[in-house]
Write a protein that binds this ligand. Structure first.
Ligand code: GLC
Ligand code: GLC
Length: 846
């Protein structure tokens, strides 16, 4: 079955029928104001924080699944329908949804009436526009009536959907010439309201849900659109909504353009009321006036498109693989923006209430975002670091609005702090801006005051701790918190949230992640050990760049100590073990009956440099560990790889295991219990690239690439334009079905795997490194990369059918001396003045 296609030239995915296998989502907004928008208009809008500032309502997991959102009803001579098909679901003569970068354009046509509806959030505005064009394509005059509809949310989303004894008594609105001001709670502590208005005169409005929809009616049979008129209802309590009636009169061939505006209006310090009980609407009126100016809406949409063109221009490539090409150039980068902004907070799977910004998640998201807007990455790194405690542990999550750690979830996930090292080093490599390391950040458990320079200070006047201090604390914490095998303790869990080795939960009412006592436990994680190897290597590289050789040596020594523990305690014969449980028994070992091999430790030990091909012992002789990384990846191929991706572990757990926690709670083949967790697949792609396995890296990349799933979309079901967190593994009856699309670390890491691993275009301290690892069948590729202000137009040629190895480099026609090419690590292209462009030819071979 066909649901759509990529329109590569327009950077759009075109959905051609509304009844997609699952609702397919897009996001509006890329700064402070956001909307979730499905291909039938479902979703909601919020300012900064989906829990604390939600403007419109959405009922998750409703029946039908995706109902509630931005709806436009048409009553065309008694025939009622929606251009986005829902909620009435009348049969349309034509439906099309163009999923665009920051906008969703839905076109519906019936009986010669066409409605072209584009939802978007203009750049830098806390406003959402519904741009509408209605065209009479028939041969007769038409007088259709249009009805806008959305339901207001009382800002705090959890309260809104649980506390009706209060919320059904607080709703208040004001209406001025059809412009609806939702002012619930404004009379007390809020100094913000929502405005929903139309840029053209309206024939009527409704603000009371019962009046517009009815008490016993569903949205598909809402009273007002079927009756053909709004009732001008004024909500008092119950459920305020925003609905307008627009009456049109269109000659054959005529069309009319206008827009609806949903705005979050912050009064700031301005007086709240114009007179007692009447809100000051001056800012709201300004908003409406702005979008009522002819051409303003179109100009804002054009500006949004130009913004994305500019952003994506930082990295563009021409690859011999159409799927990889469009994912890299458009969709993967677009998804990285969403994960950067929203972490794991608000999608069709995350309700915007449960999780805010994740410490480990957001650090990883930065890896796929930093090349787009480094300044925002900088700010985010500092925000995240401020949720670390002085002992090195971190708040696992924080609320974007308050930037304070969430106490309910707490900390003690002993991988969290190490991801901060990776994000910070990625930032410095991208920008060369080492000043971030000196920024005063402070720890979440200490008190600071602001000094005269605006910077945080201790009570004694000394500046708060720097970001670099946080990185040192992170490294020191892992070195300190080690178990009987010399490997890092795991705490509540490591990257694998479900490997809960200290949980021992028999109580269905407790959270696997929070239950259990981590103090005094000896459960250890090999994955954290591998991650530490990488983080320590990154730190030593950073210190080398800072010309602090002593500190660099200190990091190398810590790394060597951890490496020795990994090689002597974690090798299982064919692969690296995953962990040691609280009793010291191995997890992910051939000695286990289930869960014998896990993916994460193979990836991170290899990426951390364990089991290297050239490993030597203290005397310089070949070490026993030589080649283990290669062997571990071969085991991954044999034991875990499928054509839909690599499963997380094998054999899947068939019963619940007290000593392992949530990982064994899932039915075999899904989530962490042997599902294909796309996120960690990408680490294997990178590890393969380190070892020069270009054919396999591409094959694996394609196995999880959503664009490549279109032919099997009935099984895959999720959006073909973004990655999903998980695809069901071969133990599941629905092998190949994707779930939890959009907000996943897969976005950032796939971008890293493809751009830095396979294409080998890697930012480094001294310049842009180029070290491709491609399929031998590729004759080459082109990539344009903006780096520190200069543009590198890189052409990679592969005349000998190699995978890896840079043979020759020409910069602007001149051969680069051999001194610049490091054996096995490609070439570092020099830095160039900002604004300049340079042609680089890289020839692979030996
Ligand atoms: C989810 C979480 C992430 C975790 C992963 C594996 O994606 O957001 O933090 O690492 O699952 O359990
Ligand atoms: C569950 C999920 C895991 C996720 C976690 C977040 O454990 O299986 O993927 O990271 O919830 O709390």
């Amino acid at each position: 079955m066909d649901y759509g296609f990529f329109d590569d030239a327009s950077r759009e995915y075109v959905i051609t029928r509304p009844d997609t296998p699952l609702p397919w989502l897009n996001y509006l907004g890329e700064d402070d104001f956001f909307g979730l928008c499905t291909n039938t208009g479902g979703g909601y809008t919020f300012w900064k924080d989906a829990r604390l500032r939600r403007l419109t309502r959405y009922r998750y997991n409703n029946i039908p699944l995706d109902s509630g959102g931005r709806y436009l009803y048409v009553n065309d001579g008694g025939s009622v329908w929606n251009p986005g098909w829902k909620p009435v679901k009348a049969k349309l003569d034509r439906y099309e949804c163009r999923v665009g970068l920051g906008y969703e354009r839905i076109t519906g046509e019936k009986d010669g009436l066409e409605i072209d509806l584009t939802f978007f959030i203009p750049q830098g505005r806390n406003e959402e526009l519904w741009k509408v064009r209605v065209t009479n394509k028939s041969k007769v005059r038409k007088t259709p009536k249009l009805f806008s509809f959305q339901e207001f949310c009382f800002y705090e989303a959890l309260n809104d959907m649980t506390n009706y004894q209060r919320t059904w008594s607080i709703g208040e609105v004001e209406v001025e010439s059809g412009a609806i001001y939702h002012k619930t709670e404004y009379r007390e502590r809020r100094n913000h309201y929502a405005l929903f208005a139309c840029t053209r005169p309206v024939a009527g409005f409704d603000t009371d849900r019962d009046a517009f929809v009815g008490v016993h009616e569903g949205l598909h049979e809402a009273r007002a659109p079927f009756a053909g008129r709004c009732t001008n209802s004024k909500a008092f309590g119950w459920n305020p909504v925003g609905a307008h009636e627009v009456d049109l009169d269109l000659e054959p061939g005529a069309s009319e353009d206008f827009a609806f505006v949903l705005a979050y209006v912050d009064q700031g310090e301005a007086p709240k009321f114009e007179r007692p009980g009447v809100i000051d609407k001056s800012k709201g009126r300004e908003v409406l006036a702005r979008w009522s100016r002819p051409g303003a809406v179109d100009a804002a949409l054009a500006e949004l498109r130009a913004f994305w063109d500019g952003l994506l221009a930082n990295f563009q490539a021409e690859l011999p693989d159409a799927d990889a090409n469009r994912m890299l150039n458009v969709w993967n980068q677009y998804q990285c923006m969403a994960t950067f902004n929203l972490s794991r907070a608000a999608s069709l799977y995350e309700t915007g209430i449960g999780r805010g910004m994740g410490f480990r998640d957001s650090n990883q998201d930065i890896l796929g975002f930093v090349h787009m807007i480094p300044g925002r990455a900088r700010e985010r790194i500092l925000d995240i670091a401020a949720t670390q405690l002085s002992d090195g542990t971190c708040f696992h999550q924080y609320q974007p609005l308050t930037k304070k750690g969430n106490a309910e979830v707490g900390g003690d996930f002993y991988d969290d702090h190490l991801w901060l090292v990776l994000s910070t080093c990625a930032y410095v490599k991208e920008t060369g801006d080492a000043s971030i390391l000196e920024e005063p950040v402070g720890y979440a458990d200490r008190d600071y005051a602001k000094g005269p320079d605006g910077r945080r200070r201790h009570a004694d006047g000394t500046p708060a701790e720097s970001l670099l201090d946080h990185l040192e604390t992170s490294v020191a914490y892992t070195m300190k918190k080690r178990g009987p095998h010399g490997l890092p303790l795991i705490g509540h869990a490591d990257w694998n949230d479900c490997l809960n080795l200290n949980c021992f939960s028999k109580e269905p009412n407790e959270s696997f992640q929070c239950a259990g006592d981590v103090a005094g436990s000896k459960a250890e994680s090999v994955m954290i050990a591998g991650l530490f190897l990488k983080a320590a290597a990154e730190m030593s590289g950073l210190y080398a760049f800072l010309q602090r050789p002593v500190a660099a040596k200190r990091m190398e020594a810590a790394r060597a100590e951890m490496l020795a523990a990994v090689e002597s305690q974690a090798w299982d014969g064919e692969w690296y073990r995953r962990a040691y449980d609280a009793e010291g028994r191995p997890v992910g070992s051939r000695d286990c009956d289930e869960g014998r091999i896990f993916i994460e430790s193979q990836a991170w030990c290899a990426l951390g440099g364990a089991g290297a091909d050239d490993a030597t012992d203290a005397e310089g002789r070949p070490a026993a560990s030589r080649g283990r990384a290669r062997k571990a990846l071969e085991s991954v191929h044999r034991e875990l790889y499928t054509e839909e991706g690599i499963v997380l572990q094998q054999p899947a757990y068939t019963r619940y295991r007290l000593e392992l926690g949530e990982v064994s709670s899932y039915p075999p083949g899904v989530k962490e219990n042997a599902g294909i967790f796309c996120h960690n697949n990408t680490w294997i792609h990178l590890a393969l690239c380190e070892l020069g396995e270009g054919d396999r890296a591409l094959e694996y990349y394609r196995s999880i690439c959503p664009s490549a799933k279109q032919a099997k979309i009935e099984t895959y079901r999720s959006e073909p334009y973004v990655y999903a967190q998980m695809v069901a593994g071969r133990d599941a009856p629905c092998f190949g079905e994707a779930k939890n699309s959009w907000l996943t670390g897969t976005a950032a890491w796939t971008f890293v795997a493809l751009s830095q691993g396979i294409l080998g275009v890697k930012p480094d301290y001294e310049g842009l490194r180029v070290d491709p690892c491609i399929a031998r069948s590729w004759k080459g590729f082109k990539a344009t990369r903006r780096f520190r202000g200069a543009t590198y137009e890189i052409e990679v040629r592969n005349p000998q059918g190699a995978s890896k190895g840079v043979k020759r480099v020409l910069i602007d026609g001149d051969e680069l001396g051999p001194a610049k090419a490091e054996a096995g690590k490609g070439v570092v292209l020099p830095l160039f003045p900002a604004g300049s462009a340079h042609r680089v030819v890289v020839e692979l071979g030996d």
